[in-house]
Design a protein around this ligand. Structure first.
Ligand code: M1P
Length: 254
């Protein structure tokens, strides 16, 4: 079946709407609401839909539900470095193959030393999460509790801990084309420059969509939605929360 036919039953077959996850479809690292699920199901009768999150697929299953591969036409985890179209996995690249073990080890050693020297009230576990298309670094550690996560976010906002960490990494690894992106509450992502959310756009090309909408909450410069939001081929929508997403969708696709 040709790609065009696969979306021909939608009201606007040449349109795809992509969503960031945290802060756009769900509250940060939290669950999707019934209202959002119903809104997306209705939207899918009109256009093709997809999500593009910085997190890995496991977290997106947790937040968006166990049927994401059936509920979305396109599922893009880790900015699209893990990609599915109509439930089928698409070919991808990997961070470790790109960077190589030698440089990767230097990066890990620097990060762990830096965190060891950080004077912060709480440290938990999983300071580096190794993913397919990126690594995720968290000074408090990814397996902190929700309460600890909220506390850390406030503590960091007042002190710029992650900002300084990123500056130190940029200086130390200036010979590598790496991007450091603060997309959530307790961590930042590290990936090759160009492997931001615009990476997923290559997977939309074969379907020949004429309109690509993107909704995100971190659309400001330095936010992890900035590049895709400002891409010339994309119609960007900046939102403040999931309710805002629903409101704008209601105006665009009544
Ligand atoms: O989707 C935004 C970010 O969500 C998580 O961030 P944090 O745990 O810091 O709130 C992470 O999965 C991160 O990779 C992702 O960019």
């Amino acid at each position: 079946m040709s790609p065009v036919t696969e979306f021909a039953n939608r009201q606007y077959p040449d349109t795809v709407v992509l969503f960031d996850v945290d802060g756009t479809l769900t509250p940060a690292r939290n669950f999707v609401s019934k209202e959002m699920k119903d809104t997306l199901a209705k939207l899918r009768t009109k256009v093709a839909i997809g999500f593009v999150g910085g997190s890995d697929l496991v977290k997106q299953y947790e937040q968006l539900g166990s049927t994401i591969l059936e509920d979305f036409d396109f599922c893009f985890a880790e900015n699209g470095l893990t990609a599915y179209r109509l439930g089928e996995k698409l070919a991808s690249q990997s961070f470790i193959e790109w960077i190589g073990d030698e440089e990767y080890n230097k990066l890990v050693n620097f990060v762990l030393r830096y965190i060891a020297d950080m004077d912060i009230p709480k440290k938990r576990g999983t300071f580096i999460e190794f993913r397919n298309g990126m690594i995720n670094i968290s000074p408090i550690g990814r397996n902190c509790s929700r309460e600890e996560r909220n506390e850390f976010e406030k503590y960091d906002l007042a002190r710029g801990l992650r900002k300084n960490f990123v500056e130190a990494l940029k200086a130390e690894f200036s010979h590598l084309a790496l991007t450091f992106s603060i997309g959530g509450q307790i961590s930042f992502d590290v990936f090759p420059t160009g492997w931001d959310k615009t990476y997923c756009l290559r997977y939309l090309k074969p379907d020949g969509f004429k309109k690509i909408h993107f909704f995100g909450d971190k659309t400001f410069k330095g936010g992890n939605d900035y590049e895709i939001y400002s891409d010339p081929s994309v119609i960007g929508h900046a939102v403040t929360c999931p309710e805002d997403t629903i409101r704008i969708l209601g105006e665009l696709f009544p």
